[in-house]
Design a protein around this ligand. Structure first.
Ligand code: PGA
Length: 250
């Protein structure tokens, strides 16, 4: 049985004092869940978030990293740097990074390898645009992104990669994919992984859904056969709302 993994993506929100308050408020609300709870926070919050979440079941992640370990890359943060302060997870290839910051399938692949080299667990985002969806290309786009992202990884690394299927048209728009469509897209991704890495690996990979997940739709989405939790943007900024999503099965 795969575990449900509920990860918040705060994007460019929350100052350190807000991060500390949110995590302090969230801690008792999610302490009894059997689901995995992760918050991916801005770089400037990481240290505070790690200290506040110490000795709790809340894990902390970053939202991006560079693939090189160090060097002349002004403004970048490496996997080694994240690991050095105790970060466990890192989002890689979010559509906002692909769209606004020139992230490509190639850099996504390099970053995933660098994440594993530094013992960080990557949460890798794939998803189609509205145009691609309307052209009937969803399956082709998401399976191709998955294949390129995972290229050259060992079976064990693939099993330890979290994939977040996030249709771009559903992110921050209030439009959610129907649970049936989201589940079918995730089955497509899982089948592609089975084709390349074998069925056992594919059955063990956590594949989340992301895109306007909130407490009112989490249960329906997460109770499908193949959706293993969610990557939550807007609804992860408030402790109470995020806790309801984490506790969707209570
Ligand atoms: P949203 O964002 O929940 O605000 O739609 C999800 C994401 O971008 O990860």
């Amino acid at each position: 049985m795969r575990k449900k993994v509920i990860a918040g993506n705060w994007k460019m929100n929350m100052l350190p004092n807000e991060a500390i308050s949110m995590i302090t408020e969230l801690t008792p609300m999610v302490k009894d869940t059997e689901n995995e709870v992760i918050l991916c926070v801005p770089y400037t919050d990481l240290f505070y978030a790690l200290l506040t979440a110490q000795d709790t079941n809340i894990k902390i992640g970053a939202q991006n990293m560079h693939f090189e370990e160090k060097g002349a890359y002004t403004g970048e943060v490496s996997g080694k740097m994240l690991k050095s302060i105790g970060v466990e997870y890192v989002i890689i290839g979010h559509s906002e990074r692909r769209q606004y910051f020139a992230e490509t399938d190639e850099t996504v692949n390099k970053k995933i390898k660098a994440a594993f080299a530094n013992e960080l667990k990557p949460i890798v985002c794939v998803g189609e645009s509205l145009e691609q969806k309307e052209a009937g290309k969803t399956a082709e786009v998401i399976t191709n992104q998955t294949k390129l992202a995972l290229e050259g990884l060992t079976n064990e690394q693939v099993q330890n990669t979290i994939i977040a299927y996030e249709p771009i048209w559903a992110i921050g728009t209030g439009k959610t994919a129907t649970s049936e469509d989201a589940n079918n897209s995730i089955i497509c991704i899982r089948n592609k992984i089975a084709e390349i890495y074998g069925n056992e690996v594919a059955q063990n990979v956590i594949i989340q859904y992301g895109g306007s997940v909130k407490s009112s739709n989490a249960k329906e989405l997460f109770e499908t056969s193949d959706i293993d939790g969610g990557l939550i943007g807007g609804a992860s900024l408030k402790a109470e709302e995020f806790a309801k999503i984490v506790n969707y099965n209570k």
